[in-house]
Design a protein around this ligand. Structure first.
Ligand SMILES: [Mg+2]
Ligand SMILES: [Zn+2]
Length: 187
């Protein structure tokens, strides 16, 4: 059982943001440089890793639930050996439905906290969109923004990071855990 947790956005944090609006097939899933290493670092330090992702393509009829499940199977396959995910939460609703789970609303974070007894105030949410930062603030998590800080406008994350490795190092440092000099995955 994990004592520490981390929330990660999917597109733009783990995998390259889709050129089209959605990652619709396993073949379109391309991990970003450093994803395996960042996950490995978190996993090695005992973090329960929870993915929270908006996928409104499902509601808009551009992505079937089966296709989304296949993409997540592929994601698990590509990170196997580096990390396993404690949970993957998806908001399949469209931005027009006003659901409580679509980021920037905090529904997925609150649901994950309920399911896994996650202490939100001690948990980081890593995202590449201002709506991720907003969802983190709304749920009471700490926040790390990955990407161009110019896009942030009024959202103020607790930390900025270049990529998932940098984010993982910030998390370990802030949690008082030592970071080894090697970030390579275990053989
Ligand atoms: Mg994203
Ligand atoms: Zn939703």
């Amino acid at each position: 059982m994990s004592l520490r947790f981390v929330f990660l956005d999917r597109d733009g944090v783990l995998n390259r943001s889709p050129v089209k609006r959605y990652v619709a097939t396993p073949e379109e899933l391309e991990l970003l440089p450093g994803t395996r290493e960042g996950l490995s670092l978190l996993s090695a330090h005992g973090y329960g890793i929870v993915i929270v992702t908006n996928q409104q393509g499902v509601a808009l009829g551009q992505l079937s639930s089966e296709a989304l499940a296949a993409v997540h199977d592929e994601l698990r396959r590509q990170v196997s050996g580096a990390a396993t995910f404690l949970d993957i939460l998806v908001c399949p609703h469209s931005e027009f439905e006003g659901c409580p789970c679509r980021k920037p609303r905090p529904g997925m974070l609150l649901e994950a906290a309920r399911r896994h007894a996650i202490p939100l105030a001690r948990t980081f949410f890593v995202g590449d969109n201002p709506t991720d930062v907003a969802a983190g603030h709304a749920a009471g998590t700490r926040t790390i923004y990955v990407g161009e800080s110019g896009a942030l406008a009024e959202q103020a994350p607790d930390f900025l990071a270049e990529d998932l490795i940098a984010a993982a190092r910030i998390i370990l440092r802030e949690d008082g855990l030592s970071v080894g000099t090697t970030t390579s995955a275990c053989p």
